[in-house]
Design a protein around this ligand. Structure first.
Ligand code: 5AD
Ligand code: SF4
Length: 448
């Protein structure tokens, strides 16, 4: 009989990708996904450690799952409980100590071994811990990804060597690793053959990609050029980029290849040189602003999104004013902004001049008010524009489809329900709080 698997995913797109791949790995064992933990034979929490009391959230979720597991036991059923992802990597043994009913603790680099771990957990009746950084790359052991819809993630790079002083990623995900180009191209071709139109290349530091290619190391720019040759692939995105790895070759790709979407996530974190330096970001404000100019010169319709941290240790009112100023100048169309959260083991956490919580709250509110204005202005300026939208989901009403504009804005349109998973030109007609409304243009001519 089919077994039921429930995966709860926290955090970034890499975790979303990893969760899908864990489901792929477990499918041959008879596991199919279900919507909740109550009827699940196996539950995986795929955790994130980047901000806030991540570990505490996981332990309280585990408390709830413990009760469900006990109930299932009383009914003669079992539930395998696994904790994966970056909290698992960081906390390891501590999870098994505090939550001994957990069966498996695995890090982000070992999930290709899940079938073996499940068998070991069943056999031993005890817990399995696997948070190594193994020599073998998990990608070499994963089955072909299952495709759902016309937009897919493709992980090309993992880990980070940048060591920003606030960030846990270099510790939880490990050193930078780039998949060989041939493996990426093969996966992309397989996805295209299954109907994928849009690829989002993933990596913690994706533009540091330097995978082995047919003729030496390939850059991300080279990889994108080759991916753009694949029939059926109509749109390419990549995330997340570090400013110092965004070289002229990659900027040229934005100018030359229409399939590369005119939208780039380029975290800046702060607009103040003093703070950027304390963050070990390896670039200053002028460097970032120059990059933005170069990108816009290469692709005038390019829009940027970004990440910000407020209240980094030592951040003064003047530093924060620089951040507001930079945000105003660039006019980001989408942003993610956070209060600084000390991460155990990172250099900034030990800093003596932590910013009081109330100041962080104030600064976050001020920054978000400005950033939201920029996003709203961009959305309103979209009205009347014709955009190519990949419609990949049915909407709430019959015949309605929802998709993404080149700028990742959610767009919905009526009366073209049969054209799901296609890229259509539509005219934006209205701005809703969380989406844009559009109407088809011409007679449903497709873009790609
Ligand atoms: N505190 C607050 N925000 C953080 N980020 C990473 N680490 C921290 C931290 N310790 C944010 C950064 C990063 C995004 C993914 O999360 O802005 O770009
Ligand atoms: Fe973290 Fe900095 Fe690496 Fe991004 S570049 S993953 S913020 S260390």
């Amino acid at each position: 009989m089919a077994k039921k698997l429930f995966i709860k995913t926290y955090g970034c797109q890499m975790n979303v990708y990893d969760s899908a791949r864990m489901a792929d790995v477990l499918a041959p064992l008879g596991y199919g996904e279900t919507d909740g933990p109550e009827d699940a034979d196996m539950v995986i929490l795929n955790t994130c450690h980047i901000r806030e009391k991540a570990a505490e959230k996981v332990f309280s979720e585990l408390g709830r799952l413990k009760a469900i597991k006990r109930r299932r036991h009383e009914c003669g059923e079992t539930m395998i409980l696994a904790v994966a992802g970056c909290v698992a990597q960081a906390e390891g043994e501590e999870i098994l100590r505090r939550a001994p009913f957990v069966d498996i603790v695995l890090g982000p680099q070992t999930y290709h071994r899940l079938p073996e771990m499940v068998a070991r957990a069943a056999r031993a009746g005890g817990a399995v811990l696997d948070t190594e950084f193994p020599l073998e790359a998990k990608f070499d052991f994963l089955p072909a990804p299952r495709v759902e819809g016309a937009a897919a993630f493709l992980s090309v790079q993992e880990g980070c060597d940048k060591f920003c002083s606030f960030c846990v990623v270099p510790y939880t995900r490990g050193a930078e690793y780039s998949r060989p180009a041939a493996a990426v191209l093969a996966e992309a071709r397989a996805l295209a053959a299954e109907g994928v139109v849009e690829l989002t290349l993933l990596g913690q530091n994706v533009n540091a990609y330097h995978g082995e290619g047919a003729d030496g190391e390939w850059t991300l720019a080279r990889l994108i050029r080759e991916l753009a040759e694949i029939d059926g692939i109509g749109r390419i995105r990549y995330t997340t980029s570090h400013p110092t790895d965004l070289d002229d070759e990659l900027i040229a790709v934005h100018a030359e290849i229409d399939k590369v979407m005119p939208y780039l996530h380029l975290p800046v974190q702060s607009g103040a040189d003093r703070i950027l330096s304390a963050m070990n970001r390896r670039h200053d404000r002028a460097f970032y602003l120059r990059l933005v100019d170069k990108l816009k010169a290469a692709r005038p319709d390019l829009a940027l999104s970004s990440d910000f941290i407020v209240g980094f240790p030592g951040e003064s009112d003047a530093d924060f004013a620089d951040t507001l100023d930079l945000a105003r100048r660039v006019g980001f169309v989408q942003t993610y902004s956070f209060k600084y959260s000390p991460r155990p083991g990172t250099p900034a956490a030990a800093h003596e001049t932590q910013v009081p919580e109330a100041v962080k709250d104030e600064r976050l509110a001020a920054l978000q008010a400005l950033l939201n204005e920029n996003t709203a202005a961009f959305n309103h300026a979209s009205v009347g524009r014709v955009m190519a939208v990949l419609f990949d989901r049915p909407g709430r009403h019959p015949g309605q489809l929802v998709g993404r504009s080149p700028y990742m804005q959610p767009v919905h349109v009526e009366g073209v329900g049969h054209l799901i998973n296609r890229v259509l030109p539509v005219r934006i007609t209205r701005v809703h709080p969380n989406s844009l409304a559009a109407e088809p243009v011409g007679n449903e001519r497709e873009c790609a």
